[in-house]
Design a protein around this ligand. Sequence first.
Ligand code: 5AD
Ligand code: SF4
Length: 446
Amino acid sequence: MKFIVHTYGCQMNVRDSEAVAALLAAAGHEKAANEDEAEMVIINSCTVRDKAEQKAIGKSGNMIAAKRNGSKRLVGLMGCAVKRLGEDVFKLLPGLDFAVGPRRFGAIPHLVERCLAGERRILETAGDDEVPQGLDAHEQQGFKAFVTVLLGCDNRCSYCIVPDVRGHEFSRPGREVAAEVGALAAHGVKEVCLLGQSVLRYGRRNAAWFASDPPSLYKEPFPRLLEMLDKTQGLERIRFTSAHPGGCTDELVQAFATMPRVCRHLHLPVQSGSDRILKAMGRGYARAEYLAAIAKLRRFDPEFALTTDVIVGYPGETEEDFEATRSLMEEAQFDNAFIFKYSPRPGTRSAALPDDVSKEEKERRNQVLLADQEKRGLARNERLVGTVREVMVEGPSLRNAARWSGRDGGNRIVVFAPPRALRPGETVQVRITEAHPQILIGEALA
Ligand code: 5AD
Ligand code: SF4
């Protein structure tokens, strides 16, 4: 059957969708060129905020409505919203053919068989400790790949539904990750991004290393994983996301400082700059500890790129709390920031608290932080004018096909005129001539 997968949400979902596409292809199905041609549509859903969930449910509803009379098109929903909703998913979407939770996506080819045999409204969700089948299935792809190293999350931040839907932490054995990365690199992948909700907790809940694994300079499991992957033939860049300040240990800093493939960028969600709110959120660090963690990174490399997530309008967030977030963002000098308006999620601890910051006030705080970040992003990028960045080429720029774009080690977007015929995945040196809040412009050196 010809299929298409639509993905909402984070990189984890992007990766799970890719694995599903690879598993379906292995089962003899074929990717559709577009939605009209698809005989099967799979929607991968997110539930981290209400709006995110609504988008995936809305899209599924449209796909079901578009089933022409008598058409055999299958519509399936996968991902986090399925686990949250359980059987209720069929109340919202009565015409759905199958629904499958985040740790059960490997079952999709089998569920499709069951649907083809006439079954409908199949629901499969996994237990909190299940390890999905097909975690290492990849499509034939470009020069970048995601690799899941840590499933689930055990942090239990007060507002976050992720642990409820993605289950307990499970770290894949280091040797299994190394084999997957090695195979990707052998197929031309130059950059991998290691994924985990709180990826620096790799190897904490279960052992990822065995006595028979090669010895390491590192005691901590995540730096040890980096050390092993840094030896991969043909691989040029290693990234990972998301991080928690608790994992910013001296060994991690040493890994950044000494391993040439490990990119000097960290996505380190701070969520708030107010100690009172951080405590209410159960984040496990105070403002000063967060700032100390990033100071360690910027000490050995002042250009170390830092990006973050912030929530505005958490229950009880006062103007003073908000101003503390503003000042923290200025002190931290983030290169980029994603701002989210608090959304109560059923079953989380904070959902029991009154959602007492008005919609308008959340919007205002959101806009203030975005405007601050726009200025800060520009100022930070201006400091890079005149420097030469090592840029991994992605392809023609979306806005102007005569120019190409790529990313530097800090994940900054760099746009330049191609000096010769280029291939995606190649590395070029680019001298920066112009700064914008979100991109750098430069000229490629011969
Ligand atoms: N409301 C708003 N934002 C949230 N996030 C997680 N849960 C919520 C919520 N209930 C944000 C956090 C997280 C990002 C992925 O989504 O900032 O880092
Ligand atoms: Fe949510 Fe905290 Fe886990 Fe991030 S670390 S996914 S915020 S529980």
